[in-house]
Unconditional design. Structure first.
Length: 332
């Protein structure tokens, strides 16, 4: 069994990534099933807005961990609910930090923000962070992810957010420094809101905005540390023997390398094996041979597992366990 599937000093995180329709959900569910049979308490989480994890297990899943069998739990995040919760948290934080700006219609601001580009990625990252905060309940956490583009943006966010928060902290400290200078000349600045007196903060230890920024920076740094730790996090790319899937996986490999996130295994799914090739499949089989050759060449040195096309759609624990054993034990 490959060590990048197994927990070491802490819980193991495994991301399954890939183009839509390549079989990420089946592959991730298979690995989760097999690892659970080996005694590892395993949680599998679907981050894909178009959920079908429950369909693969033939059970109904929700946004809370549900026991499927011994040691195996599953959940499907309601992304609309995740986004609403994320925006609600931001709104409450801003109302608390900027009580002296009640003239601003924050509700209207957040209504517009819910449609802004990138909000889904930030909300997804927040959901992942919340799950990781409770990670000690599990031996292994497996994420069945959305299509590659969105997943890579989510995985890039901790690094981007760290840089962004550091810059904002620097600016905020300059603002406080200027306030303190003015305060020394003109005295403390106070104002009254709804009969209550407030003092405009000018020192770091009393500024709620700076505290929030420092706290946020610590949180994203923690996520960044985890997902770039090769003893904690693994990434499995699932691909089909098709040119478009190959191109997308190549780009994903390059992006993960830049982010210092380990790509451990390539699962080549839905490989057609025929003793006799019908004339109607000649072109497809030639394309498959070419793609398989390119995969061996472009992913040289990486673990690669090949899974054949099954006669029927893989569903149910028995079939998932068989496929999971092929992937985890590298016998495909």
């Amino acid at each position: 069994m490959r060590d990048y599937f197994l927990p070491k000093n802490a819980f193991r995180i495994i991301f399954f990534i890939g183009k839509g329709g390549v079989g990420k959900t089946t592959s991730s569910a298979a690995v989760a099933t097999y690892l659970s049979t080996k005694g590892y308490k395993t949680l599998i989480v679907s981050l894909d807005p178009a959920h079908n994890l429950g369909d693969v297990f033939m059970v109904e899943l929700g946004d809370k961990p549900k026991k499927i069998v011994e040691n195996l739990y599953g959940m499907e995040l309601d992304m609309e609910k995740v986004i609403r919760s994320y925006l609600k948290h931001l709104e409450e934080s801003m109302k608390y930090m900027y009580r002296y700006l009640t003239v601003i219609n924050l509700e209207k601001y957040f209504e517009v923000l819910s449609y802004s580009p990138g909000i889904e990625e930030y909300a997804t990252l927040e959901a992942v962070r919340d799950i990781l905060k409770k990670g000690d309940k599990w031996d292994i956490i497996i994420f069945d992810t959305p299509p590659t583009g969105l997943t890579l943006r989510v995985l890039a966010l901790p690094k981007i957010a760290k840089i962004w928060s550091e810059k904002l902290i620097e600016i905020r400290r300059k603002i406080l420094d200027k306030r303190l200078t003015v305060e020394k000349i003109q005295g403390e600045r106070k104002f009254v809101i709804e009969g209550k007196e407030y003092r405009l903060p000018s020192r770091e230890e009393e500024d709620e905005v700076l505290k929030e920024l420092l706290n946020y920076k610590d949180e994203v740094e923690e996520v960044l540390t985890i997902i770039t730790d090769r003893d904690r996090t693994s990434v499995v790319a699932v691909i089909t023997p098709e040119m478009l899937a190959l191109y997308e996986t190549e780009r994903a490999k390059d992006s993960l390398f830049k982010l210092n996130i380990p790509l451990n295994l390539l699962v080549v799914n839905k490989v057609i094996n025929l003793n006799v090739e019908p004339p109607q499949l000649k072109v497809r089989m030639e394309t498959q041979k070419e793609v398989l050759r390119k995969i061996s060449e472009k992913f040289k040195g990486m673990d690669i597992i090949y899974l054949r096309t099954y006669e029927k759609e893989p569903r149910g624990l028995d079939m998932l366990n068989t496929i999971g054993e092929l992937i985890v034990k590298q016998r495909g």
